[in-house]
Design a protein around this ligand. Sequence first.
Ligand SMILES: Nc1ncnc2c1ncn2[C@@H]1O[C@H](COP(=O)(O)OP(=O)(O)OP(=O)(O)O)[C@@H](O)[C@H]1O
Length: 564
Amino acid sequence: HTSAETKSIAYQSVHGEFLQSVRMIDSPMTEIDGREDMGEGEEEEKEDAEAGNDTREKTSAPAEFTVLGGFDLKSVQKVHRVLPQWLAQPDAIHSDIKNHLVPVLDVPGLCVHLVKKLQNNQIQHLFPVQAEVIPVILEGAQQGLLIGQGGYKPPDICVSAPTGSGKTLAFVLPVIQVLMERVVCEVRALAVLPTKELAQQVWKVFSSYAEGTTLKVVMLAGHKSFSAEQESVIMSHLADIIVATPGRLVDHINKSSGLCLEHLRFLIIDEADRMIDSMHQSWLSQVVKAVYRTGSETEPTSVFRRTEPKHITAASLSPPAMPLQKLLFSATLTQNPEKLQQLGLHQPRLFSSAHSRPATTADTPTAPPHKQDRFDFPQGLTEYYVHCTLSKKPLLVLHFLLRMKLSPMLCFTNSREAAHRLFLLLQLFGGVQVAEFSSRLSPAERKKTLKEFEQGKIQMLVSTDAAARGIDIHGVKCVLNYDAPQYIRTYIHRIGRTARAGKAGLAFTFLLGVQEKHFLQMVMEAGSPGIHKQIIKAESLKGMEERYQQTLRELQEVIREKAQ
Ligand SMILES: Nc1ncnc2c1ncn2[C@@H]1O[C@H](COP(=O)(O)OP(=O)(O)OP(=O)(O)O)[C@@H](O)[C@H]1O
């Protein structure tokens, strides 16, 4: 078939049972074969092969029809995921913080201002992720700012390190240092985070280390009205570093609020895996568009002339270009190259602690093959699960609080209704300081609640996954999964609210009988060092049972009254 036209070829089975049209677009026989789209299972292959043989045996060709040949079955090669070099062989980061602290003065390239700041904040040592990543970003920036022939563009950096391992300072410190020397105030760094609370937290760290420099740090996360935010960036001369949530950021870009990203040097994507999941909102493409907006408009001699990276040619190498570097951070960074591809990374370099871990029993050849990504867990964390029934869960929570004295405790439910009910029940039971944290509360109420929890005024915070990621609360002794999380990433982030910064912490998960097998398998496959069974004897709960039953009746009454 040589022509490019679409041809219709009809053929009939020997039994004349059906006529089928095969539309061919200039296609070789292998495409008609359709093998590329077939399933991967061996069973499926076998069945297909048998069916194919069957057809060939029964087919005798009537003279008036064109006989299509080339139906020979070839065995389909199984596709194995082969990671690109940068993902398969990352730079290793020690996950044991305590035994791998690096004195601040030993970190190459860190400036005096930041060393002093760190010391004022009682930080004498950097954590492994900081000691590895900071010098690399500083080095890349030194070369990257040599705008000119060759147009050097530093590699994008991806960091996968456990919860509480200090990833925030790993980007805050080098970004401040690189931008500190600037003359004109322009937006040169943009940090994007998934929630208001996280944006506020990172904004605080940036502001604290920028203090004493001329750098201005602005937050665009909906804490203020749109127009108030607009004022803080208007004419783009009032902010060097912006910390934003994607929704609000896109609003500012689209409503031409005066936000100019044409000088952007660093794009920091924290909680990167979550941010990839929200890519359907196309926030990244809007940011990139805003960054390269001047590309075609300014004269070619302008220092700030910028074009989107394309194939490297002699011509493309000669004009000066401002580099934009992406910095990605997460405790659960995906190892799926297709997902990472969506971020348009440039010669990326990965720093990961998950690969530095010695082989565990789960890595032995007899262990089941890994179906999911593997992550690193904080060293100081001890994981437990408690086999229980639905009705016993609240009583167990009371046991943990009143008898085992595991406060301050962060307790996660899978819905805001469940969080609210548990909060009401514990409040009615009395004797414990509890609060809830979910989208039922206004942002201001949420902020106040977190502050009170941090100050020790609240023994237990009952929360939805609104507090699962990134939130850094000092001194959480125990995380309790009242409802088992559905996804491994959710589990890792939830339990990561304790055992932070090299400290010890406990994580308990309540499991119903039907959940046990699947959940334990999921946790072990993700690379957990081990989850222990905690048995709570029925006698330990007896003393509270009567009061608990009474509280349940009171709760029913309260809920009925509220419904009316
Ligand atoms: N070098 C250091 N010395 C002492 N404390 C530190 C150091 N670096 C960071 N910390 C503290 O460790 C805690 C955890 O840091 P951070 O919030 O950056 O962790 P993270 O890796 O971003 O965690 P997550 O993945 O949960 O967001 C913070 O309270 C921070 O102040």
